[in-house]
Ligand binder design. Structure first.
Ligand code: UTP
Ligand code: MN
Length: 515
C-alpha cells in the first residue's frame, strides 16, 4: 500500500474531510463532492476496495449515507431499485450515478462531468416529480385493462392470495386479491414505495411484499410459499376437478401429498373426482380462446337443437377478453320467459348423446363441492368436455368421438389422444334476469364482490346475479320471518343475500319487480 501524503488538518474544512488509509482525517480535494458507494449488489469487499481507491485519489468517500452525501454510486442497480432503497433511508443525495462515473473519475483523478449515461436510469429523486398513483377504492369503479404493468408485484400477491384461499383463510385471500387488483389498475410500473401513498386496499402485509420486491427483486414470502410442501400439495390435490381446499386438507392430514399417493391410498373418490384424476393433465392445461370458441359452436348447436330460439353468451374470463382460462363458461337463455325451464337436462342429454361431454354434473345432483358463498339459484352444470384436437376439428364431427378416446388415454401416451378434456360451465337464466346473470357471471370474482359491496354500501342497493333491488323499498315482511333477524338491515349479509335470492326466485311471485 502506498501511504497518502500527509496533509495538515484545516479545522474550517472539518465538514469536508476524507479519511486516509491510516484512519486519519484529511481535507478532501473536492469539497463539493461527497461520495457514498452502495453496497447492495456491489458486495462489501468490492465496495471497500473502491472506497479506498477513491480516498487515495483525494475523494471524500463516506461509510454511511448521511445528509452531506452528494453523489450516490451504485453498481448493477436500476434507478428504481436505488430509489426504493433510498425510501427506506430517508436521505436524498443530489446525484444517483452509475459506477462508470466513479471509475472514470478515478482514472481522471478528479470528478468528471456528469453525463446522461452516468445517471441511473429514470433518475428522478425529487419527490414532487415521482408520480403518485391514485385509484378509486372499489374495484368496480376502476378501469382495469388486460395490460398489467406490475406483473411481478401482482403475481406475488396473487400467489399469497391463492395460498390463503387454499388454507381456508378467506379474509386474507380477499385482502391480497384487493391489493393485487389495485396494482393491476396502475397506468405504469411501480418504482418507489412513495408512489403508493394514499392508495386504497394496500394493507401493511401487502406493502411489505411490494417493498421486498422493489428492494430485492423478489418477495421472500412468495418464494418460500412457492417452495413449501403444503402449498404444493394443496395445489396438486385441488387441481383435481371436484376437490376443494377442505378435502385436500383432510387428505394432507392423512399423509397424502401427491396424485400418486392419492391413487396408492385407496381413498374413495366420487364420480367427479375420478374424472378429475383421469383428465388431470388436460384440465390443468389452460384453455385457449380458439378452443373456447370451438366449444361454443358445439354447445350452441346442441342448445338450439333442443330449444329453437335459445340464445347463448360466452361469460367468465373469456368475456373479459382473457386469452386463456381454466374453463369455458356459457350463459343460456330464451327470449320468451319460461321457455328456459327444464332446458339444462335436455342440453346435457344432447351433448352426452353426441359423446361430446365426458361427464356432466347437474348442480342439483352430484356436482363437485360448491363454495359456501355461492348463493346463485340458476340451473347450472359443470361438465368435462371432449374437444377434438385442432387438426381433427372440422374433419371429425364430435359425434364420431366415442368412449374409445378414453381407452386410448389409458393405454397410450396422451399425445395420441385425438381430443382434449376441457371444463365447461353452463348456466341457464330466465330472460327477465338475463342482464343480472350476464353481469354476475362475467367476473372477475373480485370485481363481482366489489360491485356488490359498492351497491350495498354506497347505493343502499342489493345486487345479485338475479336482480338489483333498492334496499329502502324492501320491507321486513318481504324478507320473511323474524326468527334469525329483527330487521332487514340488521341481517348478516349472507342471510340477507339468501333471503333476497329466495325472494327473487322465479317460483315465488313478489309484488315488487326488479329495477
Ligand atoms: P370462473 O371461476 O370460471 O372464473 O368464474 P373466470 O373469471 O372465468 O376465470 P378462469 O379463466 O375460468 O379461471 C366465472 C365467473 O362466474 C361467477 C363469478 O363471477 C366468476 O368470475 N361465478 C363463478 C359465480 O358467480 N359463482 C360460482 O360459483 C362460480
Ligand atoms: Mn371461467
Amino acid at each position: 500500500m502506498v501511504p497518502l501524503k500527509r496533509r495538515k488538518l484545516v479545522p474550517s474544512h472539518a465538514g469536508n474531510t476524507g479519511t486516509n488509509l491510516s484512519g486519519e482525517k484529511v481535507p478532501a480535494k473536492f469539497p463539493q463532492v461527497v461520495l457514498f458507494l452502495l453496497e447492495r449488489k456491489m458486495g462489501a469487499s468490492r465496495r471497500a476496495f473502491l472506497s479506498q481507491l477513491g480516498r487515495k485519489k483525494g475523494f471524500q468517500v463516506e461509510e454511511m449515507l448521511s445528509k452531506s452525501v452528494t453523489h450516490l454510486i451504485s453498481e448493477n442497480n436500476s434507478g428504481a431499485e436505488v430509489r426504493a432503497w433510498l425510501d427506506s433511508q430517508d436521505q436524498k443525495p443530489a446525484h444517483l450515478l452509475d459506477i462508470s462515473w466513479y471509475t472514470e473519475s478515478m482514472r481522471e483523478g478528479h470528478p468528471v462531468e456528469i453525463l446522461d449515461r452516468h445517471k441511473l436510469q429514470d433518475q428522478r429523486i425529487n419527490e414532487a416529480e415521482v408520480e403518485v398513483f391514485s385509484v378509486p377504492s372499489y374495484a368496480c369503479q376502476r378501469r382495469t385493462t388486460l395490460d398489467n404493468h406490475n406483473t411481478t408485484l401482482t403475481d406475488a400477491l396473487s400467489l399469497l392470495a391463492e395460498n390463503a384461499e387454499l388454507s381456508d383463510e378467506e379474509g386474507r385471500g380477499v385482502a391480497f386479491r384487493r391489493a393485487a387488483a389495485v396494482l393491476k389498475a396502475l397506468p405504469k410500473p411501480v418504482t418507489s414505495m412513495s408512489q403508493l401513498r394514499g392508495l386504497p386496499c394496500l394493507g401493511e402485509h401487502s406493502l411489505r411484499v411490494v417493498k421486498d420486491i422493489l428492494e430485492n427483486g423478489a418477495s421472500s414470502e412468495a418464494e418460500s410459499t412457492k417452495q413449501s410442501g403444503r402449498y404444493n400439495a394443496l395445489k396438486a390435490l385441488t387441481g383435481i376437478f371436484g376437490v376443494g381446499a377442505k378435502t385436500a386438507d383432510r387428505w394432507i392430514r392423512e399423509g397424502i401429498r401427491s396424485l400418486q399417493q392419492l391413487q396408492d391410498s385407496g381413498q374413495t373418490l366420487n364420480r367427479a373426482q375420478q374424472a378429475g384424476l383421469e383428465h388431470y393433465d388436460d384440465i390443468n392445461q389452460p384453455v385457449t380462446k380458439a378452443e373456447a370458441d370451438a366449444i361454443g359452436e358445439i354447445v350452441e348447436r346442441a342448445v338450439v337443437s333442443v330449444l329453437p330460439g335459445a340464445q347463448m353468451s360466452l361469460i367468465g374470463g373469456f368475456r373479459r377478453g382473457k386469452l386463456t382460462g381454466h374453463d369455458v363458461d356459457f350463459l343460456i337463455t330464451h327470449p320468451e320467459e319460461g321457455r328456459e325451464v327444464g332446458l339444462m337436462p335436455k342440453v346435457v342429454a344432447r351433448l352426452e348423446s353426441q359423446k361430446t361431454t365426458r361427464n356432466s354434473y347437474l348442480e342439483s345432483n352430484d356436482g363437485p363441492a360448491r363454495p359456501a358463498s355461492n348463493i346463485d339459484r340458476f340451473e347450472r352444470c359443470f361438465s368435462i368436455f371432449k374437444l377434438a384436437k385442432e387438426e381433427k376439428r372440422g374433419a371429425t364431427q364430435p359425434e364420431t368421438l366415442t368412449e374409445n378416446g378414453v381407452q386410448i388415454l389409458q393405454t397410450k401416451p396422451a399425445r395420441h389422444k385425438p381430443w382434449r378434456a376441457v371444463r365447461v360451465d353452463l348456466v341457464v337464466s330466465p330472460i327477465s334476469q338475463f342482464a343480472f346473470a350476464l353481469l354476475g357471471w362475467t367476473g372477475s370474482k373480485l370485481f363481482e364482490r366489489e360491485l356488490r359491496r359498492w351497491a350495498g354500501h354506497e347505493k343502499a342497493m342489493s345486487l345479485s346475479s338475479h336482480a338489483l333491488y333498492d334496499n329502502k323499498q324492501i320491507s321486513e315482511s318481504d324478507v320473511g320471518g323474524g326468527d334469525i333477524c329483527t330487521s332487514w338491515f340488521g341481517v348478516h349479509p349472507t342471510v340477507r343475500e339468501e333471503r333476497l335470492t329466495r325472494l327473487l326466485s322465479p317460483y315465488r311471485r313478489t309484488k315488487r319487480s326488479p329495477i
